[in-house]
Design a protein around this ligand. Structure first.
Ligand code: IVH
Length: 740
């Protein structure tokens, strides 16, 4: 028996799914992504399956798609426009291949009336091996399905899918789409009637251009979650959230002139009704017929003779997904032989002879378990979300940063909420928003803590600043983060001294600041849990080795505000020794090209602090020589030998090589080791450009913490590669080739 709570959840989910079906199909204005929608349906299905008493023929799980809207005349499809079954992983795809092979095997055997030979059995058993039939592999276009009827070669009717049986008559609008022929090519054997099925879509570049023009029209722009409505004089101007919405909204304009002004495109991929004309026995022949008739057929179509080839096709499409000027959300595999299709038939909802392999979604819904606050090396308190692990953007996500107090308040996410998580490409996961319809009653809003979770000292937020800090210099978490940063790969690179290890050593009292690292000895370490003689000796050897790290890395390791990798290199190169840097006054530091007053003052004030001077003295005593300088461009300049090692002023020689000549790189968000200015200076110093917005000309977007969402989305939709800070550093040393 279902509990009252479960029954209520089912009712709430049904209302929600119906609502989103209505937004998607009737208004062409979805508020949530397909993957979030799928996760709601999945949850509803699970509950219905677990509790037969809750099942209902009225449930949206029992219906296909949306209902036709009222604006257009209705059209009954002579041949229903079915939807496709979905699989979400290579394993599920293999299972479908195996099922289809069995289905085909049974069909072939029953018509041949024979037994399975050993050879045939082997073919039937392996989901990756030979299929025994052909699969046509196509991209799954993310647009909207339509059916176009031609009679005697003339376009007579076009309709949307609607609920699969009844759609909307959009003939006048489809007539305005450039890529849709109004008259078919005269081929020898012209079909009397042919219904072409395919997808209306908008190219990403056209979508961006359209939105740019729309934005120009808008005098005042009011942002909302999914779409922007703006008022330009009396006329509302719509900015669409993505090319799919834009295509759907454009096709369903009441005035065909409005559709004509929108850049729509079309891919043909199936035939519905067909009377007369060239006989086709295979889907591949259908596609050829469509091409011959002058219809646009996509050129990424391939055939597969083995399961492995089909799986590889899906993987390749997913990999190259963002490298195209139109959006696809999966791949479709279809049995080529039309006779076999007929034998395989349909399930209640979809054909057995085809399947959609859906790509890993960029967005998912999951439960927000808690919001916690982490303390960084500067004492900055960053809230982060702890969630029920969920697969999104190709990896499992359980935590995501919430950036700062204002961001949490703005998003109003609360522990106990169902939240939408987004992860596109390599970008750090982000909590987008709560699903308010699923929020339990009386869920309290989250309050930023007033005390540091590590040391209990008050957390302080200065007026006008968005960040909150623990100001206790003795705070153990700050110590851990400072030391871990000092030992990290971009700084002193001490093998075996990761954050967990540092935490243990701080807690056991062996480390209080970075200089203590050089007082460690193997016998002290061996008293601690997890250390044996060899591991203790290895760690000591790692610490010893780090003493020879170059000056610029030491500067990075000290964690001085505004001094990231590039500035550290400039400073190290200019002054040559830590003593000279310590003694430098602001005007001397400012003289360095690429170093401004803010950086100079930050560096100077760091060395003015007694504690920091003491730290440097202890490092010096321990034998941290910082005698060399390692230019970031080292790898790319290795031909020119020991560039920039130690000498006081070799600015001319030390200018990094122009390995980014002409490259267009946009930086968004906060990087740990570079200020924005430093990152841009480093790019420009290597010959690159740093515009403030992402466009089709952008070669790379460097994504830091709290990136600009529109930049990331744009890069994502344009297929511009994105890089995290670590990759960015490799790009600075090796050029764009480093992003692979
Ligand atoms: S074939 C009976 N091929 O996916 C199968 N559909 O979930 C008819 N779609 O409504 C569809 N690309 O809007 C087919 N290459 C492709 C497709 C494709 C996108 C869409 C289409 C359909 C939906 C099914």
């Amino acid at each position: 028996m279902a509990t009252t709570q479960e029954a209520e959840e089912v009712a709430a989910l049904r209302r929600l799914v119906d609502y989103h079906n209505w937004r998607y199909y009737t208004l062409d204005d979805p508020e949530i992504s397909d993957s979030v929608f799928d996760s709601l349906i999945k949850r509803l299905q699970e509950l219905e399956e677990a509790h037969p008493g809750l099942r209902s023929s009225e449930s949206p799980t029992q219906r296909v798609g949306g209902l036709a809207a009222d604006t257009f005349e209705k059209v009954r499809h002579r041949i229903p426009m079915r939807s496709l079954g979905n699989v979400f992983s290579p394993e599920e795809l293999e299972a479908w291949v195996a099922r289809t092979k069995r289905g085909v095997g049974a069909a072939v055997l029953s018509s041949a009336g024979g037994d399975v030979t050993d050879e045939e059995a082997e073919v039937l058993d392996s989901p990756t091996g030979p299929l025994g039939f052909t699969l046509v592999c196509e991209p799954k276009f993310d647009g909207l399905a339509i059916s176009i009827r031609y009679e005697g070669g003339l376009l007579t009717e076009a309709s949307t899918r609607g609920d699969g049986l009844v759609g909307e008559n959009v003939t006048a609008n489809v007539m305005t789409i450039k890529g849709v022929p109004k008259v078919l090519n005269r081929i020898g054997d012209m079909p009397e009637v042919i219904e072409v099925r395919g997808e209306v879509y908008m190219k990403i570049s056209d979508f961006e251009e359209l939105n740019r023009r729309q934005a120009e029209l808008a005098a005042e722009v009011v942002a909302s979650a999914n779409e922007v409505e703006a008022i330009s004089g009396q006329r509302p101007v719509r900015l669409f959230a993505n090319p799919r919405n834009s295509a759907a909204g454009s096709l369903r304009q009441k005035d065909p002139k409005a559709t004509a002004s929108r850049p729509l495109s079309f891919w043909a991929y199936e035939i519905g009704d067909k009377i007369g004309g060239r006989e086709v026995k295979r889907h591949s022949e259908t596609l050829q017929l469509l091409r011959d008739l002058g219809l646009p057929v996509n050129d990424l179509v391939e055939t597969a003779e083995t399961g492995a080839e089909a799986i590889s096709y899906c993987a390749r499409r997913e990999e190259q997904r963002h490298a195209m000027d139109y959006e696809i959300d999966g791949a479709v595999l279809k049995v080529d032989e039309l006779e076999l299709r007929e034998k395989l038939g349909f399930t209640a909802k979809a054909p057995r002879w085809a399947i959609a392999y859906k790509f890993a979604p960029d967005e998912q819904a999951t439960k927000l378990l808690d919001i916690k606050v982490s303390i960084g090396r500067t004492g900055k308190a960053t809230p982060f979300a702890q969630m029920e692990p969920v697969k999104v953007g190709g990896s499992t996500v359980a935590v995501a940063t919430l950036h700062n107090q204002d961001q949490v308040a703005l998003k109003d996410v609360r522990p106990g909420d169902t939240v939408i998580v987004r992860k596109a490409g390599d970008v750090i996961p982000e909590v987008v928003r709560p699903v308010l319809e699923l929020r339990p009653d009386d869920l309290p809003s989250w309050q930023f803590p007033t005390k540091c979770p590590s040391c209990g000292a008050p957390l302080v937020r200065l007026p006008g600043e968005s960040d909150t800090f623990c100001t206790n210099a003795e705070c153990p978490e700050q110590r851990i983060q400072r030391i871990a940063h000092f030992a990290s790969r971009g700084a002193m690179d001490i093998e075996g001294l990761g954050e967990k290890r540092v935490e243990q050593l701080v807690e056991s009292g062996l480390l209080r600041d970075p200089a203590d690292i050089y007082d460690l000895n193997a016998s002290k370490l061996m008293e601690l849990e997890g250390f044996k003689q060899l591991s203790a000796q290895n760690l000591i050897a790692g610490c010893e080795e780090s003493k020879r790290r170059p000056l610029n890395r030491l500067l990075v390791g000290l964690g001085i505000r505004h001094v990231g990798a590039t500035v550290a290199e400039l400073i190290a190169d200019h002054f040559g020794t830590i003593d000279a840097i310590e003694a430098a006054e602001v005007p001397q530091i400012e003289m360095i090209e690429g170093v401004g007053t803010v950086i100079a003052e930050s560096l100077h004030s760091f060395f003015m602090l007694e504690d920091n001077r003491r730290l440097i003295a202890r490092l010096r005593e321990a034998g941290v020589t910082a005698a060399s300088i390692e230019p970031i461009g080292k790898l790319a300049t290795s031909v020119s030998g020991e560039l920039g090692t130690g000498s006081a002023d070799k600015a001319g020689e030390a200018a990094p090589p122009r390995i980014l000549e002409g490259a267009v790189i946009v930086v968004t968000g906060t990087l740990a080791k570079f200020t924005r200015e430093e990152a841009e200076a480093a790019i420009k110093a290597r010959g690159g450009k740093c515009p403030s917005s992402v466009s089709g000309k952008t070669d790379l977007v460097v994504v830091g913490e709290s990136p600009g969402v529109s930049k990331v989305n744009k890069a994502d939709s344009l297929g511009v590669p994105m890089a995290d800070e670590e990759t960015f550093e490799r790009v600075l040393s090796m050029g764009l080739g480093a992003i692979g």
